[in-house]
Design a protein around this ligand. Structure first.
Ligand code: EPU
Length: 420
């Protein structure tokens, strides 16, 4: 397993190009299963999760070509049974269920497991599909779903922690080819859901209201192949923004969408970070006097859970106390113990982390536990004095395109150490 070796104490300066969004492209890739015609997707990030999804589509019978940025999928002849091991390994792959059901009226996919950030149930996905007339049986780790008469209905998708992003994607995709009208209430409002709806509408679907809590889908008979460009990755942009602020430098994020980053930019500004918005770019400059801020993660347009770990790394440097409360996933604080290895002072009390910032960080060996936790450790490692080794960076490769290459171009001293 590769690791990153980081010499800390560098200041990031320059420009970085933001890649296409991982969490937008994964459901869009699943949506290509809705048509027998060729779909062309551009601005696709070259990530291990994307390559993994390519394998899943291939295992279902689709023809897939990916050159590292443009993806072509032709799902002319597909089967409704996904490879157990492939699907089980990547949670995001659950979003093939909706399109398979819509196209074939029958699907069998493995139940995705929990992961280090929480149990991650799919009860809301299944409830929504049942409401559309799907018979669902869970047996030996598989979801067997059948919907000879898939039909529109009123689907309420609110759960314990609010709406579900991939659940909304699944129901949206299933509803495109269902008979009649589906109204999704308490739908996720994330920009990734809007990008999926734009893709589906270009294919000929009739979807209104994406980006709001009520989405209406009028079923159509069939969908066609389209070309589409994926939105920029707001979490990658936010991660580089925090990295720039933590290093005390100045970085311009090319291609970032400030309108997708409202809550993150607001918190950075409150912390004293300088932000300049210009068409097509966003510049993040160091705070002259970094201040602690309190954060509570929420569904969009609130502060994203996928930026919580990175903000915690930044708050370790702000003199004073910040309280970071995680409301989306029950155990997304694995990075706290690793940040403490670098000298951070963090206490966990229920869903909140109490960060007493300002003590200098010093390099250590740390272990990445999930994608965003890994990003937080890289940010902290760059800000710490001395050498930090971040183990298990395969987590980072799932969701950040060539992160070490982009950081090195900004002046970081970071290198990938192949397999240990
Ligand atoms: N939930 C349920 N039942 C369900 C589905 C979700 O109780 O059927 C709960 C979850 O346990 C959680 C909350 O609802 O407490 C929200 O989960 P959601 O379903 O929205 O998460 P997701 O769709 O599985 C996507 C992203 C995650 C991101 C979350 C929240 C993808 C591939 N994944 O997951 O991204 O954290 O939305 O914004 O889109 C990441 O990129 O690092 C990542 C984990």
């Amino acid at each position: 397993m590769d690791s990153f070796l980081i010499e800390g104490g560098t200041t990031l300066r320059g420009e970085v190009q933001i890649s296409g969004s991982k969490n937008a492209v994964l459901p869009i890739m699943a949506a290509t299963l809705l048509t027998a015609e060729t779909c062309v997707i551009r601005h696709v990030p070259d990530l291990s999760d994307v390559r993994f999804m390519c394998q899943i589509l291939t295992s279902l019978g689709a023809e897939v070509e990916f050159d590292g940025s443009t993806l072509k999928v032709r799902a002319a002849n597909i089967t409704g049974t996904g490879d157990y091991d492939l699907i089980r390994k990547m949670r995001g792959s659950i979003c093939i269920l909706g399109p398979l059901l819509a196209r074939l009226r029958k699907a069998t996919v493995s139940l995705p497991g929990g992961c280090v950030i929480g149990t991650r149930p799919i009860d809301l996905h299944l409830k929504g599909l049942r409401t559309l007339g799907t018979q669902i049986r869970i047996e030996a780790g598989y979801v067997h779903a059948e919907a000879p008469d898939l039909s529109g209905s009123l689907v309420f998708l609110g759960g314990r922690a609010g709406p579900t992003v991939l659940g909304t994607a699944n129901i949206l995709m299933a509803a495109t080819l269902a008979e009649g009208v589906t109204v999704i209430e308490s739908a996720a409002c994330e920009p990734e859901v809007v990008d999926l709806a734009d893709f589906l509408n270009a294919m000929g679907a009739r979807i209104q209201g994406a980006g709001s809590p009520t989405i209406t889908v009028t079923g159509v008979r069939e969908l066609r192949g389209v070309e589409h460009e994926v939105i920029p990755d707001r979490i990658e942009a936010g991660t580089f923004a925090v990295a720039a602020a933590a290093s005390g430098g100045e970085v311009t994020l090319r291609g970032a969408r400030p309108d997708h980053l409202g809550a993150v930019l607001d918190k950075l500004q409150e912390a004293g970070v300088r932000i300049t918005r210009r068409a097509g770019a966003l510049t993040i400059g160091a705070a002259s006097n970094l201040k602690p801020v309190d954060i509570t993660t929420m569904p969009y347009s609130g502060f994203p859970t996928d930026m919580q770990a990175q903000l915690m790394a930044l708050m370790c440097q702000a003199p004073g106390t910040s309280i970071i409360t995680e409301r989306i996933f029950e155990s997304r604080f694995m990075h706290a113990a690793e940040l403490m290895r670098l000298g951070a002072d963090i206490g966990i009390e229920g869903p909140s982390a109490i960060v007493k910032g300002g003590a200098p960080l010093s390099g250590a060996e740390v272990m990445a536990s999930d994608l965003r936790a890994s990003a937080a450790l890289v940010i902290a490692g760059m800000a710490a004095s001395g050498t930090t080794q971040v183990h298990r960076v395969y987590h980072l490769d799932r969701g950040y395109e060539r992160m070490e290459v982009k950081l090195e171009a900004l002046g970081a001293r970071i290198q990938r150490v192949p397999g240990e």
